[in-house]
Design a protein around this ligand. Structure first.
Ligand code: NDP
Ligand code: HEM
Length: 512
């Protein structure tokens, strides 16, 4: 009787030889009936799944969320009640780089959290910035195209990035953060996370509050300059993976303070800015931070592919007491992620252990790839449709207490111009002139001027026009840095410009 360590085929038969192929004679060709060799080759061919279309390079770990304060007046969410501890998974990422990209590249960082609550999974799929580049989902794919490779040259194109940004003034706030110290944190532990969008909380009385989620690093905002990062990338492309994995493996558990800002539902109408505009923060003095608790990462994945690459986060995953808002970008994301997962992982991607909720799932979805839950999971094998007569015999039934309060909506269905009449400069001005000190500003100018090196002059001038409206000193500082970077010629190896007149010239320096 073979023992339990016996090497077996996928069909369970003992595997006699995993070293020598079956050949016709010692020097002869192979036989087709060496099926285990064929299967081995076939498996290798299928080891890769599609990488995420954005945020492909990532690092993650398991941990917990602990609620230390009473916020029950805002939300009935069970996982947000004082004293509750919820297991969680975090995945951090860069946005633009592919799966093998270097970790220490200047880019926005993804900050995706999955909370395994007793009411199902709540996913908070944020970034390390409180805002975003665009405010209408029509612009998302175009923006991402400018961050990825030029279709002809197969190189990143600085010209495309700055062409898009200079034609999208709403991007200036986020581009400023990207080019600031916060655009290159030393590790995932040295940055904040933000839900970025406005979400909502609702309480037992059916009252709704708009909310912003903040996760403030307790490790400090340590960053690298471009020059420091270049040296690190010269030595290792996996700097974030090494820092995060080794820190946790050594028993040091990074933490983030969990805070919220709230706004009663009807106050949104009185707000002097659109509180659902993803390019704007809620100023702290108008909407003070409220302590909620903390999150802690304390366990590395046993298998990176199974637990981090296979993780499927989606803003559509909310639980009773937490919900969406009218933010147009969020509305698009509520659709987009689960669709991406069905393509990347398969129809029933939520049956993969890392995505599986703690609670037993009963619903009327049926069949399809990855149905490993035994056909139907309604609680009664005769109940494979609804309505049915098996409610008192275990068949799954609705829970109306999970119904969120109605949301009053008014207005004509129309395509509202989101490009004119918005103030895209004021909040950016406060950041550059009041929040940053002089040393931070000088680094911002240098980073931005350097990232713009080699782009066509007319695109640069268009961007300078926006910078001037933020602050003339900002424009002057970046212009000077741009001139210096152009004169140095250092960019030339990878950043010859592409212009409308020279469509096939090469790409540009990574801005994101
Ligand atoms: P505050 O002075 O109260 O807030 C400024 C905040 O800016 C800080 O609390 C900190 O947020 C963040 N910050 C500090 N240094 C940097 C930096 N180098 N790069 C990016 N962010 C930094 O004023 P307001 O609330 O009125 O915000 C002023 C500006 O600060 C905003 O226009 C926005 O650009 C930026 N900001 C605001 C945030 C908000 O939620 N109100 C959040 C982050 C940035 P944190 O504590 O989150 O680190
Ligand atoms: C990943 C779409 C805006 C944060 C993704 C993925 C898609 C996507 C398709 C890949 C999912 C996968 O294959 O697993 C969109 C669309 C957006 C948008 C359509 C706007 C309309 C944003 C914004 C944020 C954000 C505003 C942050 C506030 C993330 C993060 C990931 C991600 C963190 C990686 C999640 C992970 O670690 O697996 N996005 N996105 N995205 N997005 Fe977005």
């Amino acid at each position: 009787m073979a023992d339990r360590n016996t090497l077996r085929t996928s069909a369970g038969a003992p595997w006699p030889n995993n070293q020598d192929s079956l050949s016709a004679g010692e020097r002869g060709p192979l036989l087709l009936q060496d099926y285990q060799l064929i299967e081995k080759l076939a498996h290798q061919n299928r080891e890769r799944i599609p990488e995420r279309t954005v945020h492909a390079k990532g690092w993650g770990a398991h941990g917990k969320m602990v609620i230390t304060e009473d916020i029950s007046k805002y939300t009935k969410a069970k996982c947000l009640q004082k004293g509750v501890e919820t297991p969680m998974l975090a995945r951090f990422s860069t946005v633009a780089g592919e799966l093998g990209a270097a970790d220490h590249e200047r880019d926005v960082r993804g900050f995706a959290l999955k909370f395994y609550t007793e009411d199902g999974n709540w996913d908070m799929v944020g970034n390390n910035t409180p805002i975003f580049f665009v405010r209408d989902p029509y612009k998302f794919a175009d923006f991402i195209h400018t961050q990825k490779r030029h279709p002809k040259t197969n190189m990143r194109s600085g010209a495309a990035m700055w062409d898009f940004w200079s034609l999208s003034p709403e991007a200036i706030h986020q581009v400023t953060i990207l080019m600031s110290d916060r655009g290159l944190p030393q590790s995932p532990m040295h940055m904040n996370g933000y839900g970025s969008h406005t979400f909502s909380l609702w309480n037992d009385a059916g009252e709704r509050y708009w909310v912003k989620f903040h996760y403030k690093t307790e490790q400090g905002h340590d960053f690298y300059t471009n020059e420091e990062a270049e040296k690190i990338i010269g030595k290792t492309r996996e700097g974030y993976q090494e820092r995060l994995f080794n820190t946790i493996e050594n028993g040091q558990f990074p933490r983030w303070k969990f805070q919220i800002q709230v706004m009663p539902e009807l106050d949104a109408e009185k707000c002097d800015f659109n509180p659902f505009d993803l390019t704007k923060v809620w100023p702290h003095d108008q909407f003070p931070m409220i302590d909620v608790g903390y999150i802690e990462l304390n366990r590395n994945a046993d298998n990176y592919f199974a637990e981090i690459e296979n993780a499927a986060f989606s803003p559509s995953n909310v639980v009773p007491g937490i919900s969406f808002s009218p933010d147009k970008m969020l509305q698009a994301r509520v659709f987009s992620y689960a669709d991406a997962h069905r393509y990347r992982l398969g129809t029933h991607y939520e049956t993969i252990p890392v995505n599986r909720p703690l609670v037993e799932v009963h619903n009327y979805h049926k069949d399809g790839t990855m149905n490993v839950f035994g056909g139907v999971r309604t609680g009664n094998e005769n109940a494979y449709y609804e309505p049915n007569s098996f409610a008192d015999k275990g068949a799954a039934v609705e829970d109306r207490s999970a119904q969120e309060p109605p949301l009053k909506i008014s207005g004509d269905a129309a395509r509202y111009d989101h490009r004119t009449g918005y103030d895209d400069y004021s909040q950016c001005r406060v950041l550059v002139t009041k929040v940053m000190d002089e040393e931070q500003r000088q680094r911002l100018y240098k980073n931005m001027g350097g990232a713009m090196a080699g782009i066509p002059e007319f695109i640069a001038e268009r961007w300078f026009g926006h910078l001037k409206q933020v602050d003339p000193a900002y424009e002057a500082g970046v212009r000077k840095a741009w001139n210096e970077a152009n004169a140095s010629g250092e960019y030339a190896a990878n950043a010859a410009p592409i212009t409308p007149d020279t469509p096939a010239l090469t790409g540009g320096d990574a801005a994101g």
